[in-house]
Ligand binder design. Structure first.
Ligand code: MUC
Ligand code: MG
Length: 373
C-alpha cells in the first residue's frame, strides 16, 4: 500500500546573520525560517522550508503566518492522504487556499523530499534530471557602508567564493546610491559582475535617472527598480536602456511571467521557489520565460540550507541560467541546522547528493535555534 502522510510539524527557527543585511525596506539581523517536518506511514521524513525577509517587510506572508497556515489549514487536509501524488495534493491546496505561496512552497518541498527518499532518487531526478552539478552563486553586498562592502568583496574574490556581486540600494537618494555603486564597481574592476537590487524603491523618473547613471558606471543588471505592480513602468524602462532589468517582486509565478512578457517586457526574471509556490511551480514559470525569450536567474528569499537545496535541485534542471544564481542564503547566517552544510567553492555551489534534497537535520542545532514559546 502506498504511504500516507502521518504527521506535519512546522517549526520556527531564528538564526542571527553574520552582519546586518541592509535592504531598501528593512535591515536584517536575524533570519527566521519555518522548517517543515513531514512524516509518512513508512517512517520516512520529508523536509521543507519557507523563509522571507524582515517579517512582513518584504511580502504579505511572514514566518509566523506561514506556520499558522500550515498548522491550521494545510495539516488537517494533508494528514491521511497518499503522500506520493504531489500533483493531486497541490490541486487540493490550491482549491482550498488562495495565495500563501511561501507556505505552499514549504509543503511541496517536503513532499518532493519524501518522494525522493521513498524512490531513492534526488529531487532533481523527480524534476526531470540535473543538467548541472555545480551552480554559480553571487554574493550580496549590503553592509550599508561602501568601504566595508569593497573589503568584503575583495576577500570573496581572493578565495574564489564569489566573483559576481549584487548591491542592495534604494534607501538613500539616488545619486548617493550611484556613487556607492560606482565606487564598488571601480574597486572590483572588469572581471567582477556588479548588479543592483532596488527592491521597488524608485518611481519611474528616478529609475530612468538611476539607470542612465548605472549604465554609464558599467553595472550589468538592475533588479526591480520600480513598484511590483507597475508593469507599464518596467516595460517602458526595459525599452529605454541597454542595461537589462531583472524582474523580481513583479513576477511570482507562471501567470505573472506571461502577463509581464505579453506587456512587452524584455529582460530577465528572478525565479524563487517561495514566490512560485514550490520548486516544480518555479519551473513552470521558467518554461513561460523561456518561451518569451526572458533570461533566467535563480533567486532566493535568503533561505537556509533546506530551502536553498530545494531551489538548487530545480535550477539544476535548466539548461541555461543566463544570470546565474544567488543561492547564498546559508552563508549569510552565523550557523546552520543541518548535519552537512552545502559545499560553496569555485564561485558556486555543488548540487547536494543523495536521495531527496540530500540534506539532514542536526537535531541539537535545531533545538538550539528553534523559537521557544
Ligand atoms: C531580493 O529581493 O532579491 C535576495 C538576495 C538578497 O540579498 O536579498 C534577496 C531578496
Ligand atoms: Mg530582489
Amino acid at each position: 500500500m502506498s504511504a500516507t502522510i502521518q504527521s506535519i510539524e512546522a517549526i520556527l527557527v531564528d538564526i542571527p546573520t553574520i552582519r546586518p543585511h541592509k535592504l531598501s525596506m528593512t535591515t536584517m539581523g536575524v533570519q527566521s525560517m519555518v522548517i517543515v517536518r513531514m512524516k509518512d506511514s513508512n517512517g520516512l521524513e520529508g523536509l521543507g522550508e519557507a523563509t522571507t525577509i524582515g517579517g512582513l517587510a518584504y511580502g504579505p506572508e511572514s514566518p509566523e503566518s506561514v506556520k499558522l497556515t500550515i498548522d491550521t489549514y494545510f495539516k488537517p487536509q494533508l494528514i491521511g492522504q497518499p503522500a506520493g501524488n504531489i500533483n493531486t495534493l497541490r490541486v487540493m491546496l490550491n482549491r482550498s487556499t488562495r495565495g500563501n505561496n511561501l507556505a505552499k512552497s514549504a509543503i511541496e518541498t517536503a513532499l518532493l523530499d519524501l518522494q525522493g527518499k521513498r524512490l531513492n532518487r534526488p529531487v532533481s531526478d523527480l524534476l526531470g534530471g540535473a543538467i548541472h552539478q555545480h551552480l554559480p552563486v553571487l554574493w550580496t553586498l549590503a553592509s550599508g557602508d561602501t568601504d566595508k562592502d569593497i573589503e568584503e568583496a575583495l576577500g570573496l574574490i581572493e578565495t574564489r567564493r564569489h566573483c559576481d556581486f549584487k548591491l542592495k540600494i534604494g534607501s538613500r537618494p539616488v545619486m548617493d546610491d550611484v556613487r556607492h555603486v560606482a565606487a564598488i564597481k571601480e574597486a572590483l574592476g572588469e572581471s567582477a559582475s556588479v548588479r543592483v537590487d532596488v527592491n521597488q524603491a524608485w518611481d519611474e523618473a528616478t529609475a530612468a535617472k538611476g539607470m542612465a547613471e548605472l549604465q554609464a558606471a558599467g553595472i550589468d543588471l538592475v533588479e526591480q527598480p520600480t513598484p511590483m505592480k507597475d508593469y507599464a513602468a518596467l516595460v517602458r524602462l526595459s525599452g529605454k536602456f541597454h542595461l537589462p532589468i531583472l524582474a523580481d517582486e513583479a513576477v511570482a509565478d507562471a501567470k505573472d511571467m506571461y502577463n509581464l512578457a505579453a506587456s512587452g517586457f524584455a529582460g530577465a526574471v528572478a525565479m524563487k521557489i517561495a514566490k512560485a509556490g514550490g520548486p516544480a511551480r518555479a519551473l513552470e514559470q521558467a518554461a513561460v520565460a523561456q518561451a518569451a525569450g526572458i533570461g533566467f536567474y535563480g533567486g532566493t528569499l535568503l533561505e537556509g540550507t533546506i530551502g536553498t537545496a530545494a531551489a538548487l535541485h530545480a535550477w539544476s534542471t535548466l539548461e541555461t541560467l543566463h544570470w546565474g544564481t544567488e543561492m547564498f542564503g546559508p552563508l549569510l547566517m552565523k550557523d546552520d541546522i543541518v548535519v552537512k552544510p552545502l559545499n560553496f567553492h569555485s564561485n558556486g555551489v555543488d548540487l547536494p547528493q543523495g536521495p531527496g534534497l540530500g540534506v539532514e537535520i542536526d537535531e541539537d542545532k535545531l533545538n538550539q535555534y528553534r523559537r521557544k514559546a
